[in-house]
Ligand binder design. Structure first.
Ligand SMILES: [Fe+2]
Ligand SMILES: [Fe+2]
Length: 206
């Protein structure tokens, strides 16, 4: 049986404004193959996103170090989920729409510096924070039903928690604290509204 922090204490340290309904966890638990296939793609995209930030900001040494570490971790997450899919004979997923991420992306600053960089990093923070919350929510649901998946999620939740904090810290260096707090609040509200539309598909952010 994996040991893990309770959902309540994980949520207490997340910045998010609303919580995933328990009905989503029941849906994902009943459709674990769909969840895991989507999860593998999320990890792949998280690694690519980290590397893409290094491509955008090669002169930012702090960011290059942190995103290099993050991308390596996301690749290790991808390998664990992909090997689980393979061992269980579950079909992997290809590229698919992620309405929650799309809702975030359409609110990003398109080209004005420094806000584009802040937004890219804050969207990264939200993706990590919500993933952490979803993994922990599902973990509580499946601990008895599927200890192997539970132990995977128990390892990944804390990593995603560190990741949202890294993205948030990197973003906060870019603008003055007051403007930053305002921008973060704006993003938390956008995420709340996008998340409120979800909870109805057995995917990581569905
Ligand atoms: Fe990950
Ligand atoms: Fe992550």
């Amino acid at each position: 049986m994996p040991t893990f922090e309770s959902l309540e204490s994980v949520r207490a340290e997340l910045p998010l404004l609303i919580w995933t309904p328990q009905s989503w966890a029941a849906l994902a638990a009943d459709n674990l193959g769909t969840f895991l296939a989507d999860h593998a793609i999320c990890e792949q995209q998280a690694a690519v996103f980290g590397l893409s930030l290094i491509g955008h900001y090669p002169d930012d040494a702090d960011l290059v170090v942190e995103m290099g570490k993050l991308a390596a971790e996301e690749v290790s997450h991808l390998r664990r989920v992909a090997s689980l899919l393979h061992r269980r004979g579950l079909a992997p997923s290809g590229k698919r729409g992620n309405p929650w991420v799309q809702a975030l992306r359409k609110n990003m600053e398109t080209n004005r510096s420094p806000m584009l960089k802040v937004d890219r990093l804050l969207v990264g923070a939200l993706i990590e924070a919500r993933s952490c919350e979803r993994f922990t929510t599902l973990l509580e649901e499946i601990t008895d039903r599927d200890p192997e998946v539970a132990s995977l999620l128990a390892d990944l939740g804390p990593a995603e928690k560190r990741h949202w904090q890294t993205f948030h810290r990197l973003a906060a260096r870019e603008i003055d604290p007051e403007r930053f707090a305002e921008r973060w609040q704006r993003w938390l509200t956008i995420e709340r509204d996008a998340c409120a539309q979800g909870g109805v598909r057995p995917t990581v952010h569905g």
